[in-house]
Design a protein around this ligand. Structure first.
Ligand code: APR
Length: 240
């Protein structure tokens, strides 16, 4: 029976969709891991929303600062590095689509990663910026804000209930419509439209391989499920 390595070797275009499990072996808790410490009393769904931020700006800002500080202390793992190395060896053959906002794919050297849910490292204005709102001159605080009108800075990530950045979604859908192989790595497949990309690939007849130690909502569209951790599995799969 052909192996996944054969499928990768013969694929003209590979799309890779990653989720929080991709960063688990870097020490970053997944979304559906129980929150620890100070944040154990909150669920991400109760923090990662605009309503939560407007109601409790300091609490939400501090949660993101806590995550930024944690991510500054971790490094890309062998799975991130294997994907980046494959892209460098085979330019144009692999498109990386990630739900992760930790920037670890980019730090590993992946080029043109499609960040569907934005990036934790970036901020933007909460309300439409006025002439006085200059990102260069914000007043420090939790959160930082415009010293003139008080407009708050917010993390430039997609919160629950928010639209995904259309250019990223469009690029991801193009990749799902073009690929002849999709690797779905480290995602529970619970959140759309990201999870829908695997259905799109499957419907078109592309091969779909799910890499996840657990069963996922996307196993139904998988030609094969590899129940292995990403950082152990990807380096072997992607080596020439
Ligand atoms: N290797 C591969 N997969 C792993 C590993 C690992 N080492 N460790 C855990 N996993 C898997 C888990 O089994 C789980 O299926 O990673 C998945 C993580 O699922 P979630 O925590 O639901 O994260 P994700 O699928 O990325 O969530 C999607 O939902 O919360 C929102 O916007 C947020 O981007 C996030 C989106």
């Amino acid at each position: 029976m052909p192996t996944v390595r054969d499928w990768i070797g013969s694929a003209h275009h590979i799309a890779v969709l990653t989720g929080a499990g991709m960063s688990a072996e870097s020490g970053v808790p997944t979304f559906r891991d129980a929150q620890t410490g100070l944040w154990a009393q909150f669920k991400p769904e109760d923090l990662a929303t605009e309503d939560a931020f407007r109601a409790h700006p300091r609490r939400v800002w501090d949660w993101y600062q806590f995550r930024r500080d944690m991510i500054a202390r971790v490094a890309p793992n062998a799975g991130h590095l294997a994907l980046a190395a494959f892209q460098q060896r085979h330019p144009g053959r692999l498109t990386l689509i990630t739900q992760n906002v930790d920037g670890l794919h980019q730090r590993a050297g992946s080029t043109d990663a499609i960040a569907l849910h934005g990036n934790l490292a970036d901020d933007r204005w909460l309300d439409m910026p006025r002439d006085c709102c200059d990102p260069e001159f914000v007043e420090a605080g939790h959160p930082p804000h415009c010293p003139t009108c008080g407009n708050l800075r917010r993390p430039a990530v997609v919160w629950f209930g928010e639209m995904l950045p259309l250019p990223a979604l469009d690029a991801a859908q193009k990749a799902a419509n073009r690929c002849d192989l999709m690797l779905v790595v480290g995602t529970s497949g619970l959140v759309y439209p990201a999870a829908g990309l695997a259905h799109t690939a499957h419907r078109r007849g592309a091969r779909v391989v799910v890499i996840n130690p657990e069963a996922t909502e996307l196993d139904v569209v998988a030609d094969l499920c590899l129940h292995e951790p990403a950082a152990q599995c990807l380096p072997t799969l992607l080596e020439d």
